[in-house]
Ligand binder design. Structure first.
Ligand code: BGC
Length: 398
């Protein structure tokens, strides 16, 4: 027996650019080409644009009851104001298939990528950015009538950080980018001003959705599970504010907060400390911290003021699937402990359904399902069936 609600979501997640392939009309595709020494190309990715039925069937057959995926704005609106009926029909087919397989669709409207034309208008800093995102949202609302959970923007706090990559474009030929990226020491905090633009965009999209659909609307926040080192509480509050609190405050009035958690970091007198090298670090170089999920849920509950939570991402980049199961078991224990303490958690969606394109790299494998990069053959890992059993027992098998 667990305290989880009977309709608890047990799912896995993907994002369009990471799995679909040939997302040629997006800013990320261009960024990959402009930074060839820094970012590996996404190419065909997992070819999920064509193979999504197989992906969803594997999840449903294993016993999961939810699938989180994103709509690709650059396919839906390939030119400004020109919406593709075929792309909308594609995503509608995905929603229909998910529902028919017993997978509750959790749909993200924007997962890190924008159309090239939007980027060329200044991206999120462009004068019409919010109005353009709102128009896109109104258009996609037409295919979301029976989708119960909609995330407007994925991880606005990471999106802000991701844009720093563009500063690497057009550097002098002899600039050592790798050394600059690996440089030790604290990084500047995320740009809160940029974050406020995203909050305004989120609120505009939320209002637009509420006019036409019944979905619960929220966004997802990359929770950092920051911890102060002794005597550095002030710096810790400053870092947590810029990384999380701004966005959790932006969630006020939402129907849920999507909690995304992987690891935890300390804050010293200089700021957030990069993960020190350690044999237990994961393939992304992050500290192995399954307990971060508990820290994240408690913080989101407190700062969100009691808005229901859904874990919309949690997982580990590892080539050792046993380790994935251990990590996830431990993370779920922290989740059930938070629920036992009265925190309202409505679901757990694992990142990721598939080994996929990890924003510039192919090596960190987060998937419950391996994918052959040449044939695109899917090979479910034991962790998929394990999570399916957890789902079927609603957590009791833990
Ligand atoms: C993102 C995913 C990403 C994952 C692992 C999150 O930041 O939403 O797109 O692949 O974490 O890095």
């Amino acid at each position: 027996m667990t305290d989880l609600i009977p309709e608890f979501l047990w799912g896995a997640a993907t994002a369009a650019h990471q799995v679909e392939g040939n997302n040629v009309n997006s800013d990320w595709w261009r960024r990959e080409r402009l930074l060839p020494g820094v970012l590996q190309p996404s190419g065909d990715a997992n070819d999920s644009y064509h193979r999504y039925p197989e992906d969803m069937r594997l999840l449903a057959d294993a016993g999961l009851n939810a699938y989180r995926f994103s709509l690709e704005w650059s396919r839906i609106e390939p030119v400004e104001g020109g919406f593709s009926a075929a792309a909308l029909a594609h995503y509608r087919r995905m929603i229909d298939l998910a529902i028919s397989l017993g997978l509750t669709p959790v749909v993200t409207l924007h997962h890190f990528t924008v159309p090239l034309w939007f980027a060329d208008l200044g991206g999120w800093h462009g004068p019409r950015a919010i109005e353009l995102f709102e128009r896109y949202t109104r258009t996609v609302a037409g295919i979301l009538h029976d989708v119960p959970w909609v995330c407007t923007i994925n991880e606005p706090n990471v999106l802000v950080e991701m844009h720093k990559l563009d500063q690497l474009i057009d550097l002098p030929a002899d600039f050592d980018i790798a050394a600059a990226l690996d440089a030790p020491g604290p990084r500047p905090l995320p740009d809160v001003g940029f974050g406020r633009i995203l909050i305004a965009a989120h609120h505009a999209a939320r209002a637009a959705l509420r006019e036409t659909v019944d979905a619960r609307v929220g966004w997802t926040v990359a929770m950092q599970a920051l911890e102060p080192t002794p005597g550095n509480e002030e710096k810790f509050f400053e870092a947590r504010h810029a990384w999380e609190d701004v966005y959790l405050e932006g969630s006020h009035g939402d129907d849920f907060i999507g909690v995304q958690s992987y690891t935890s970091q300390t804050v010293d007198e200089h700021g957030v400390v990069s993960h020190p090298p350690h044999p237990d670090n994961t393939l992304t170089g992050w500290a192995y911290r399954p307990d971060a999920l508990g820290i994240a849920l408690r913080r989101a509950w407190e700062a969100g003021g009691g808005i229901p939570l859904v874990v919309t991402e949690n997982g580990i980049a590892t080539s050792d699937d046993e380790r994935r199961i251990r990590y996830t078991t431990e993370a779920l224990r922290h989740l059930t402990a938070a629920v036992a303490d009265g925190i309202d958690v409505r679901g757990y969606i694992h990142w990721s359904a598939l080994d996929n394109y990890e924003w510039g790299q192919w090596q960190p494998t987060f998937g419950l399902i391996a994918v052959d990069r040449v044939t695109f053959a899917r090979a479910p890992k034991p962790s998929l069936y394990w999570l399916g059993r957890v789902s079927r027992s609603n957590g009791a098998s833990l």
